[in-house]
Design a binder for this molecule. Structure first.
Ligand code: CNA
Length: 238
């Protein structure tokens, strides 16, 4: 085993207070494209940039186009947790991982068996009416055609945080608490470009910060260990 992975393994072996903070790169090995890699959604041709389509004002103005993108790019059939999701769940069962904090909206950590998952940006596996708040099955939203409507006439929307919308205060506070108290913080599969989520890393005060990401991030020089490899491959060795 390579030295850097061995080092991370030792940190985990000697700790029962590991926190994981991840992003879209955790799910690329499951077949879900991220935003900023070369084959990510930002480099595919759409009439509007994904950041625009995934914004609150665009959703209000143009829900048809939003749902076309949502069903074509966010809802991907047949995806399954990969070794990174599975190993994280196992480490939680072993009492090592205290929380998985994720920017992902795909629900794969829970499907892998993780229990304490803080979804900073919500989940496309939940839906509710933007007018009356009634909860709807996500399948109805994800697999119907056109704009899904509630009995009250309101537009049904995914329970995700769109650009221009604030993050859930309670989830953010919990995430900060876990990170502040963590012994080991593993940050993986995130470009650390999307705020305020990326700023969470600043709450860590320990000396075992590991970054596992294919490309470099603005935080590489702050980390105690940087591994530029595929996260699924790294976690299958931990
Ligand atoms: P991002 O900005 O697209 O960055 C992803 C990072 O992951 C990049 O730096 C890649 O180099 C890296 N990466 C890609 N594949 C791997 C891999 N196999 N192993 C290690 N690193 C890898 O995504 P962020 O999460 O940083 O940005 C936050 C956005 C993306 C959030 O709002 C998410 O909701 C959103 N998003 C989520 C999903 C999902 O739920 N699966 C998919 C696409 C985008």
């Amino acid at each position: 085993m390579e030295q850097d992975i061995q080092k991370l393994k030792n940190w985990i072996n000697h700790s029962d207070n590991v926190v994981f903070f991840g992003g879209a790169g955790v799910s690329t090995e499951s077949g879900i494209p991220d935003f900023r890699s070369v084959d990510g959604l930002y480099n595919q041709k759409w009439k509007y940039p994904p950041e625009t389509i995934l914004s609150h004002s665009f959703f209000e103005r143009n829900p048809e186009e939003y749902y076309r993108f949502h069903r074509e790019k966010l809802v991907i059939d047949g995806v399954r947790p990969n070794p990174a999701h599975l190993r994280l769940a196992e480490l939680e069962r072993q009492g090592k991982i205290k929380a998985v904090i994720t920017q992902n909206i795909d629900g794969l950590h829970q499907r892998a068996g993780s229990k304490n998952v803080l979804e900073l940006h919500g989940s496309i596996l939940r839906a509710y009416c933007s007018k009356c708040g009634k909860i709807w099955p996500a399948e109805f939203m994800n697999y119907s055609s056109g704009v899904p409507h509630c009995d009250c006439g309101g537009v049904i929307r995914p329970d995700i945080v769109l650009y221009e919308e604030p993050l859930d205060n309670h989830i953010m506070t919990e995430a900060i608490r876990y990170i502040e108290n963590a012994d080991v913080l593993i940050v993986g599969g995130t470009s650390l470009n999307v705020y305020p989520a990326a700023g969470l890393i600043n709450y860590y005060h320990g000396n075992k910060l590991a970054l596992v990401n294919l490309s470099t991030t603005p935080y590489d020089s702050f980390a105690d260990l940087v591994i530029h490899k595929k996260i699924g491959e790294v976690f299958s060795q931990l």
